[in-house]
Each structure stands twice: as structure tokens, then as C-alpha cells.
Design a protein around this ligand. Structure first.
Ligand code: HEM
Length: 365
């Protein structure tokens, strides 16, 4: 498709598909023609949040939320991430086997976001339940539209009520968590409204959990695919960050980003009419041979590695430093403690939304 139909109208889905790196970057850069506002329809979880805003509203809201995602605020989580990972690994060590998804990839990001928001440890399981894909995406919602609508409304109310109570508490006794920071953050004399703050909490759960879960699971899938690579990463943990970047390129947690055209626009010689949905395929751009040599080869030495896994332009992932920090701490810890990792089940497909269900076995040392 990249070569013969780089920009392609797909009749069944009635969406335009964009495959080449340069065109994906063009779509994500040109916010005047390719809008993010449709990303969230009324009633959806991300409605009114930064991810669904175009300029100039986007800049204002992003400047505000940036105040809470400073390198200092993220760096403060280093010790927390280490102890959460150790707590999760501890019960696994004597067993000698683990389910990499349910034992690590799901709970770690959920607990880290909980810690980031200042959610007390006794409530972490509640956030984990909400953060599970099944709840925040359509996969296991009731099938009838009315039941589905009701399900979403109930869930949203439950989450908003929880975060509203937490916000009240943080306003009374502020901590170093981002909810405390954001409730006081000001840009040009303006603060985030309470509604915007609550929606942002829900966005963080949705945007930060499933993606990081997929990255952890896919990393483990890639390294258990190649025993020599696994041994190398155990011997040279300083190579883990490069391996994580290569996993992000090779099997990105989000495969495509959608935008809606505001007016007629030309892309790679194709005229796309106004009000059309456009899918910009990160997974295809990340394998574009014009930008990556031997693109289908998994190569942790790849340099530079300008993958688009975290997006591009004004909506570039706010949580990228956190996702990197989290995986750069947790994965070397896991590799060093479970030295003889081996995959014992390999029959689950990898999809954009469903991480592979890996069962990992620790071999006798
Ligand atoms: C935006 C990927 C982790 C919060 C994005 C976008 C991508 C992405 C592709 C761009 C969306 C667009 O252009 O429409 C990822 C991946 C992650 C990850 C691959 C993990 C491996 C996180 C984490 C958080 C987070 C841990 C926070 C806790 C956000 C937010 C946005 C965003 C708030 C919206 C930024 C904006 O619109 O200005 N992410 N993300 N993400 N991400 Fe992430």
C-alpha cells in the first residue's frame, strides 16, 4: 500500500487510509486541515480533553497540563515505580512462572497512574478495574446501543464521583501528586475547571494504561522470541532503552491515529473532501523503508530511530517520558530477577488493542 496506494479511500470503512511516514507526519502536523476534535464524540470518555482539542484551545490546555508533567514531577516517581515493580515481582519469584500480562503489564501502569494522581494504595485495584481495556473501550460493552450507553454513563459517573472526592481531599491537603498540582496550576490567570480536571484524570487512565501495558507485553514477546537477544539484554541492561524504542517502532502500542478533514485537502496527489475521517497509520510509517533501513528487521542497534509511536506534532504524547521511565525501570528489574525467561504459550495474536497473553517461565538458574 505504501508504494502503490499511499493515500487510499477504503469503501467498507468509508475512511481515508494514510500509509507513508511523510504523509502520516503531514496529517499529524497540519491541524488546520486534519482536526482532532472528532476524536471524541459527545458522551465519550475523552470528550473535551486535550487530545480532542485543536489550536488555539489545545495550546492553552496543553500548557496547563504540561505544568504537572515536568521532568521533576515524573522523576519523582522513580522510587515509586521501582517499589511497585518489586512488589509485583516478589510473589512471582518463588512460583517460577508468571502471566506477563495479568501479573505485570496490567497492574504496573495502572498503579503508576494511580500514584501519579495521588490515589491511595488501598484504592489502586479500583483504578486497575477501570483501566482494563474491557471497560474503557468497546470490546466487552453490552451489545445493544441503549445498554452500552447506560453502561458508559454509569462507569463515567462512578469515575467522576471518585475523582471529585479525591480532588476535594487534595484541595484540602495538597500533596506532590499531579492532581494537587493541576488544581492549583494557572496559565494566563486561568485554571482548569473542575469538569476539565476530572475528564483529564479519566483521559490519563485511558491513554496511559492500555498503551504501556501493550508495550511491556510486546517487549517481552519480542525478547523471548530471540534467546540470544534476551541473554544480551540481561548481560547489558544499558541496552534495554534502545530495545524499548525498537519495540515501539516495530510493534507500536497504537497502530493508527484518526483525524477529520475540516475542508477539502490534497495529500500525496489525492483530493480528500471535507468532513472525512482519515486514519494515519503509525504502524506502517514505522516500517517505511524511506525512513528505516531493513524496516522489517527487529534491530536494537538502530540509530537514529525516529519512530512515530508517541505521535507527532502538538498532540505528541504527554506521557512519553513516564512510559519510558516506567519501562526502563521495570523491564531490567524483571530481566535480572527472572534470568531464564522463556515463553511457554505462543498462540495468541498480537493486535493493536489486545496485548499477547504471554505466560513466562523461569528456567532453573
Ligand atoms: C497522546 C501514545 C503512554 C498520556 C498520545 C498520542 C500517542 C500516544 C500516539 C497522540 C494522540 C494523537 O495525536 O491523537 C502513547 C504510547 C504510550 C503512551 C505508545 C506508552 C507506551 C502514555 C502515558 C500517559 C499518556 C503513560 C499518561 C499517564 C497521553 C496524553 C495524550 C497522549 C494526555 C494527549 C496529548 C495531547 O493531545 O496534547 N499518546 N502514549 N500516554 N498521551 Fe500517550
Amino acid at each position: 500500500m505504501r508504494t502503490h496506494h499511499p493515500v487510499f479511500y477504503d469503501e467498507p470503512s468509508q475512511q481515508w487510509q494514510v500509509f507513508r511516514y511523510r504523509d502520516v507526519v503531514a496529517v499529524l502536523t497540519d491541524t488546520a486541515h486534519f482536526s482532532s476534535q472528532h476524536n471524541t464524540q459527545a458522551g465519550s470518555f475523552f470528550e473535551g480533553t486535550v487530545i480532542a482539542k485543536d489550536p488555539p484551545e489545545h495550546r492553552h490546555m496543553r500548557n496547563l497540563v504540561n505544568l504537572a508533567f515536568t521532568p521533576r514531577a515524573i522523576g519523582r516517581l522513580t522510587q515509586t515505580i521501582t517499589s511497585i515493580t518489586q512488589d509485583l515481582l516478589e510473589p512471582i519469584l518463588p512460583l517460577g512462572h508468571m502471566n506477563a500480562v495479568s501479573d505485570l503489564a496490567v497492574p504496573l501502569p495502572a498503579r503508576v497512574i494511580a500514584a501519579l494522581l495521588g490515589v491511595p494504595a488501598q484504592d489502586w485495584d479500583i483504578l486497575q478495574r477501570w483501566a482494563q481495556t474491557e471497560h474503557l473501550t468497546s470490546q466487552q460493552r453490552p451489545t445493544s446501543p441503549q445498554a452500552s450507553q447506560q453502561f458508559l454513563q454509569n462507569l463515567q459517573q462512578e469515575m467522576f464521583a471518585y475523582f471529585a472526592a479525591l480532588l476535594k481531599e487534595r484541595r484540602r491537603t495538597p500533596g506532590e501528586d499531579i492532581l494537587s498540582l493541576l488544581s492549583q496550576a494557572e496559565v494566563d490567570g486561568e485554571r482548569l475547571s473542575e469538569d476539565a480536571l476530572l475528564r483529564f484524570c479519566v483521559l490519563l487512565l485511558g491513554a496511559g494504561q492500555e498503551t504501556t501495558r501493550n508495550l511491556i507485553a510486546t517487549f517481552l514477546w519480542c525478547v523471548t522470541e530471540d534467546p540470544a537477544l534476551l541473554q544480551r539484554l540481561i548481560r547489558e541492561p544499558e541496552m534495554v532503552p534502545a530495545a524499548i524504542e525498537e519495540v515501539l517502532r516495530y510493534l507500536p502500542p497504537i497502530w493508527s491515529l484518526s483525524r477529520r478533514t475540516t475542508t477539502e485537502v490534497e495529500l500525496a496527489g489525492q483530493r480528500i473532501p471535507a468532513h472525512q475521517t482519515v486514519q494515519a497509520w503509525i504502524s506502517s510509517a514505522n516500517r517505511d523503508p524511506e525512513y528505516f533501513s531493513r524496516p522489517d528487521q527487529f534491530d536494537i542497534q538502530r540509530s537514529p530511530n525516529r519512530h512515530l509511536a508517541f505521535g507527532h506534532g502538538i498532540h505528541f504524547c504527554l506521557g512519553a517520558p513516564l512510559a519510558r521511565l516506567e519501562t526502563q525501570i521495570a523491564l531490567p528489574l524483571l530481566l535480572s530477577q527472572l534470568k531464564g525467561l522463556q515463553r511457554v504459550r505462543n498462540d495468541e495474536p498480537i493486535t493493536a488493542t489486545l496485548a499477547p497473553l504471554l505466560t513466562i517461565t523461569r528456567l532453573p538458574l
